[in-house]
Design a binder for this molecule. Structure first.
Ligand code: DBV
Length: 247
């Protein structure tokens, strides 16, 4: 059972239908990785596969899909716009662990507290947020330091039932992705040098936070070791700093 495969398939097919998706390089050794965990009857394979694309407006569209049986399924899907667009990040963290499901879905703002930015990128999605929020109760505490990176339209929920993930969460995911691609379609390049500098700073702030606090670090280290994990995080999942150094 791979709970999030339909999300991944949908996202790729839908993006293909609206964008000119080009491949984005995945470093060698990170396209697909498997480990066997547990002993005896409890042995389980954990497979992590990576997907990555780019377009003229979107620097990196990438997904990590972890499949390790009924009680370990993860799809982490993030879109990083090019640095000359003020677009938010599309962020989906869909996680199933032995303790249950944990769902984070958002368009993560570059400038959370800027009213003009909110009017442009948060207010238009509030109706979608409220429509889905009715079916998805608030997921409770999350790290306080992560707060600046989420929008007021942050879907954060821990469904008890898998069927809620398959139906309500999937519906929210589709609506958010559609709304995001609408923003992408409308986005115009930023040329003002101060705005460009602000965008780069905001992207780096977000990226450093995510790379440093990646909640999957412990899990990946257990499965695949320290070296593979750090390289996966800095060389693929959150690679902006490396790419800027190379540029
Ligand atoms: N999270 C990632 C990547 C993952 C991933 C790249 C490829 O950023 C998986 C895998 N997220 C993942 C796992 C867990 C979480 C939890 C495996 C469970 C960790 C555990 O319980 O052991 C949103 N994801 C979480 C949590 C949050 C998010 C708030 C709970 C963390 C906690 O309670 O400490 N998404 C995550 C986040 C940001 C985001 C923190 C910040 C901007 O966009």
């Amino acid at each position: 059972m791979t709970l999030y495969q339909p999300f991944l398939d949908y996202a790729i097919a839908y993006m293909r239908s609206r964008l000119d998706l080009q491949p984005y390089p995945i470093p060698e050794g990170f396209e697909s990785k498997v480990a066997t965990v547990g002993k005896g009857k409890n042995q389980q394979e954990v497979l992590t596969t990576s997907y990555a694309f780019q377009t003229t407006k979107l620097r990196q569209i990438r997904a990590a899909h972890v499949q390790g049986g009924n009680s370990l399924q993860v799809l982490n899907f993030v879109i990083f716009p090019h640095l000359n667009y003020d677009l938010p990040f599309f962020g989906a963290d869909l996680v199933t662990l032995p303790g249950g499901h944990l769902i984070a879905l958002d368009m993560q703002p570059l400038f959370r507290d800027d009213p003009a930015y909110q009017a442009k990128y948060t207010q238009p999605i509030l109706p979608i947020f409220h429509a889905h929020q009715q079916h998805l109760s608030w997921g409770g505490d999350f790290p306080e330091e992560a707060r600046p990176f989420f929008s007021p339209a942050f879907v954060w929920t821990r469904p008890q039932e898998t069927v809620v993930v398959e139906n309500q969460v999937f519906a929210a995911f589709k609506d958010y992705l559609k709304a995001y691609l609408d923003f992408v379609e409308q986005a115009e390049p930023v040329t003002d040098s101060q705005s460009l500098a602000d965008i780069e700073q905001a992207q780096l702030r977000y990226l450093r936070y995510r790379a440093e606090k990646d909640p999957a670090r412990g899990m990946f280290k257990r499965f695949y070791g320290d070296e593979w994990t750090e390289e996966y995080i800095h060389g693929f999942l959150f690679d902006l700093e490396r790419k800027l150094l190379l540029a």
